[in-house]
Design a protein around this ligand. Structure first.
Ligand code: CA
Length: 226
């Protein structure tokens, strides 16, 4: 499995990235300064770098410039504040492979990471099947049997989180991370509200409540409703 370097000095964001990437099967390491990031990026141990622009010491642009002097291949995904996008794009000069603006949803980032990892590219899936349901990642809808169910963007993001972890309990916190991102208030009941929307559309019995833990997409497809 791929190893990802997270160059980010804000602990809240680096731990959010680590949690999500680890849950998605990646190995990660964090660098909290530009100098550390460059040294690690040049170590040959990493398959991809997530690089924050605003790093102490050497900033992200400088890290990227120096990295490219010695390594032109290592994929780099830049993290940048939305208001600095113009500078960021200008600053690439072909050195970065992609960028994502803060705040971001984990799954947006994961999609970029997967595209940039050559070994992952072949494995990029177009749909995910769970029981008699299929999540179509391109049409952004769920098929239940042969019936296509239209979902809002947020509902689809939540459905994707469940389909990527079928039969596994996802806590409210995990769902918030995956669907809303780190910038969201963990005290809100938004997760429960959206689970309700999904149940209404997909069938109540397909998403089980696991008391005190969270929610689980039932793997077996349609289960007899209680
Ligand atoms: Ca920063």
């Amino acid at each position: 499995m791929s190893t990802i370097l997270i160059a980010e000095d804000e602990e809240r964001i680096s731990s959010f990235l680590q949690r999500g990437l680890t849950a998605s099967g990646f190995t990660t390491e964090v660098a909290v300064s530009g100098d550390a990031a460059l040294e690690l990026a040049l170590s040959g141990r990493f398959d991809l770098v997530i690089l924050d622009i605003g790093l102490p010491g050497m900033d992200g642009f400088e890290v990227l410039r120096r990295l490219r002097e010695e390594n032109e291949e290592l994929p780099v995904v830049i993290l940048t504040a939305r208001e600095n996008v113009r500078d960021t794009v200008a600053g690439f000069e072909g050195g970065a492979d992609d960028y994502i603006t803060k705040p971001f949803r984990f799954q947006e980032l994961l999609a970029r990471v997967r595209v940039r990892l050559k070994s992952e590219r072949n494995a990029a899936v177009k749909s995910i099947r769970v029981g008699d349901m299929r999540l179509d990642l391109r049409a952004k809808q769920v098929l239940v049997g042969s019936e296509a169910i239209d979902l809002s963007a947020r509902e689809f993001a939540m459905a994707e989180a469940f389909f990527r972890h079928p039969g596994q309990v996802l806590s409210r916190e995990q769902l918030l991370d995956l669907v809303w991102g780190y910038a969201f208030d963990p005290g809100s009941n938004i997760v429960d509200v959206y689970v309700g929307y999904l149940r209404k559309k997909l069938g109540k019995e397909r998403i089980a409540s696991v008391r005190g833990m969270g929610y689980r997409l039932e793997k077996g497809g349609r289960v007899a409703a209680a």
